[in-house]
Write a protein that binds this ligand. Structure first.
Ligand code: BGC
Length: 757
């Protein structure tokens, strides 16, 4: 009976979807019959009139005229409900066919209310929370007229020299896939036609995070086996979760730029993965194929269209050359029609043909933007993204009666709190740490503040970082004067809290670094403060993993906060005072030095693995540094401690259709309640291709009261053992597997099982 009812519901849903699709198809067919070739090509054109962040050399010109001429399919970088309404009005009143525009933006980590950078959010390992962050961002952004987010960025990144590591979910394909799904669900909420959902755009397809040398936009070259197993899964997860759009990346893949790569955009994305939505280029990435050496503007535009690209961002290569290419037989009308159809379908699904002003509602804007509930969420997300890296002798949490010396260039700074890619966020509303500490204590304790150092003393670095406004503010005083002021307040306090790290624009796009340390000016400050002999707490703000060897040696406690968004100061205060027990875990390895990168936990074993960190001649290692990172993937402390015991495997030999239950008992052995992310890793000991030393296959975040124990179980099937073999066949192979459960990728309890075919 139940099965019958379910079948009926299923059939009804399928019929309904089919009916809706048929209706959409008819609508678009009728519309396209009315369109001239020029109007079709016009739909493929995405422009920015400027005003947002301009990431290329070009800003679109004569945008209004082009809209009226039917030469524009969408705009981005237009911020504000009334401006969007104006542009839409132009499209639907002055263009011949009155086709509405779509409006995109880089809604990356929140919209006007800014949340922690994505790398920070990923450290929560809390998929519901991450989904909620996208849902809230969508609610706020759609209230301001937007209907398309250029997010999530799901590029796997294992090289912290690459500044855009900040924008993604770290180094792991399994975790990255979960995050991709959560973000797409959050933005789109299963129904694009609602006025509070955004169409997602997963980016940057593909492999952008593997740029050689960590230098942005640089060459990528990688085997198919690595691609399929390690880099492609999050994009695929986003497609499976129904992302409405995909953005092609800047880099080459197998020698052909992604934007003109037919294998990537058609064979893989559409044919293999069944993607039905639209593909947009990255900012002028069509034109950039000229510099890649793929031909002139006409050639590269034809290459992109033939590869399967639908929309050209900013470069206007489609707009200016496709007609000629059609006349010369270099592209087919069908390609232009297909691309146009996919863009019109997106607009249809967004409900723009029903009501072009669906997302323009001044009342909603007033109610939703920067509303108090969003601030509450911003603080919650921030506290959950922090990672406690060190806490010797339980220096943290601080008592609210402590006299605090709060020092550092990021301690009373608003401009760097939001982090990279916060295009719509206003840092004037950010809460710096000093204010956060005062809010938390009601002014009841003694907080002495000194800047202590510049973020960097290097004026040339400051100039490069300050492109969007002052982020590195070089003080008029000389460094010694600043240090003297800082040490003098440190001497008068019980504890020294130093807020140091990177300016927000030291990570993000076009912000690669060859060295990964905290700038020298701040390192000097830390060393001088150590000499005072008071407990030393470091709060580190950054957009990337840093090399923190010296800091880890001399500080008593280190709290990593990334760039935490609008509520940074309040969230940091909550954690420093123990009102919130930190539970974040790293999603990217922290190297000991920059020479170790790329560094990631799920590497292959090599034929000459080094056992442990001791140097062994003729083994794979370095003379001057160990192989292990300073802080491994999955690592993060709490104000309590957790003990793992009693690893149990339900069987030691399994048949293909059998499920292995792997469980472990976790006990909170400390004095306060806390959250712990229990991580499951598997190693395939023998395979037809070399397999990683371990791979994350599951995780559960649990809450434990002091003294409480819980058994955490994972159900493992052969699906969890699958990988792409040398023929790119996705399957599992019989043999022995190590099952590992632990608190991070290094500290694990191990067992072994055999799966037979
Ligand atoms: C970035 C994209 C972004 C686009 C539009 C590009 O430079 O690579 O991530 O979505 O600009 O702002």
């Amino acid at each position: 009976m139940v099965r019958k009812i379910l079948f009926c519901i299923f059939s009804f849903v399928v019929l309904n979807v089919n009916a809706q699709n048929a209706k959409m198809k008819t609508f678009i067919d009728v519309l396209m019959k009315k369109m001239t070739l020029e109007e079709k090509i016009g739909q493929l054109n995405l422009l920015t009139p400027g005003g947002g962040i301009v990431t290329g050399a070009v800003v679109s010109k004569d945008v209004e005229t082009k809209i009226s001429n039917g030469q524009v399919g969408g705009l981005f970088g237009v911020i504000g409900e009334s401006k969007i309404r104006q542009a839409q009005e132009l499209a639907v009143t002055t263009s011949r066919l009155k086709i509405p525009l779509m409006f995109g933006s880089d809604v990356i980590h929140g919209y006007k209310t800014t949340f922690p950078i994505p790398l920070g959010l990923s450290c929560s390992w809390d998929m519901q929370m991450i989904e909620r962050s996208a849902r809230i961002a969508a609610t706020e952004a759609t209230a301001d007229g937007l209907n398309w987010a250029f997010s999530p960025m799901v590029d796997i990144a294992r090289d912290p020299r690459w500044g855009r590591i900040a924008e993604g979910g770290g180094e792991d394909p399994y975790l990255g896939s979960q995050i991709a799904k959560a973000m797409i669900t959050g933005y789109q909420n299963g129904d694009l036609s609602k006025d509070n959902t955004l169409m997602a755009c997963v980016k940057h397809f593909a492999l952008y995070g593997a740029a050689e040398g960590g230098r942005d936009y640089n060459t990528v070259d990688m085997s198919r086996v690595r691609m399929y197993n390690e880099y492609l899964p999050p994009y695929k997860a986003a497609v499976d979760a129904g992302t409405g759009s995909v953005m092609s990346s800047f880099n080459v893949i197998d020698g052909i730029p992604a934007t003109g790569n037919k294998w990537l955009l058609t064979d893989l994305l559409r044919k293999e993965w069944g993607f039905k939505g639209m593909v947009v280029s990255d900012y002028t990435s069509v034109n950039e194929m000229i510099d890649h050496g793929m031909g002139d503007l006409q050639q590269v535009s034809a290459l992109a269209l033939n590869a399967g690209l639908d929309m050209d961002m900013v470069g206007e290569g489609f707009l200016t050359t496709l007609k000629k290419s059609l006349q010369e037989g270099k592209v087919k009308l069908k390609q232009i029609d297909d691309a146009c159809k996919r863009i019109l379908e997106a607009k249809y699904k967004l409900g723009l043909f029903d009501d072009p002003y669906r997302y323009c509602n001044a009342e909603r804007a007033l109610k939703e933007i920067l509303s108090s509930d969003k601030k509450v969420a911003a603080k919650e997300f921030a506290t959950n993204s922090f990672v406690l890296l060190k806490n010797s002798k339980n220096v943290l949490p601080l008592k609210k009666s402590t006299n605090i010396a709060l020092i550092g260039p990021l301690a009373n700074d608003k401009s760097n709190m939001l982090g990279t890619w916060a295009v719509s966020g206003n840092s004037d509303f950010a809460i710096p740490v000093l204010e956060g500490l005062k809010n938390a204590t009601g002014g009841g304790i003694n907080i002495l503040y000194a800047k202590g150092a510049n973020i960097s003393d290097d004026t040339s670095i400051a100039k490069k970082v300050n492109v969007f406004g002052t982020r590195i503010d070089i003080d008029k005083r000389n460094p010694q004067e600043m240090i003297d002021e800082a040490t003098s307040i440190a001497e008068r306090s019980d504890v020294v809290v130093v807020v140091v790290g990177e300016a927000s624009e030291m990570s993000g796009e076009s912000a690669s670094r060859s060295l990964l340390q905290i700038p020298l000016s701040q390192q000097n400050l830390i060393k001088e403060l150590k000499k005072i002999g008071k407990p030393l707490v470091l709060v580190i703000m950054t957009g990337r993993p840093l090399t923190l060897g010296m800091e880890n040696e001399i500080a008593d406690a280190i709290l990593l906060t990334w760039h935490a968004g609008h509520e940074a100061g309040n969230a940091i205060a909550d954690v420093l005072f123990g009102d919130f027990n930190p539970s974040g875990k790293l999603t990217t390895s922290f190297p000991k030095n920059a020479g170790q990168v790329p560094i990631y936990y799920n590497h292959l074993n090599t034929g000459r693995p080094n056992a442990g960190d001791e140097f062994q001649k003729f083994r794979s290692n370095y003379l001057d540094v160990e192989n292990s990172p300073l802080f491994p993937f999955g690592y993060g402390l709490s104000y309590t401690t957790f003990n793992y015991s009693d690893l149990k495997l339900s069987a030691n030999k399994l048949k293909p259709n059998e499920t292995l239950m792997a469980s472990v008992t976790v006990t909170n052995t400390g004095h306060v309640s806390g959250k712990e992310t229990v991580q499951l890793y598997i190693r395939d000991l023998v395979g037809s291709i070399a397999r990683p030393v371990k791979e994350l296959k599951g995780f559960q975040k649990i809450d434990l009261q002091a003294g409480e124990s819980k058994t955490v179980s994972f159900a493992i099937t052969t699906n969890d053992l699958k990988f792409y073999n040398n023929n790119l066949k996705y399957d599992w192979e019989a043999g022995e597997f190590e099952i590992m459960i632990g608190t991070d990728s290094k500290n694990i309890n191990k067992g072994k099982v055999q799966w037979i075919k």
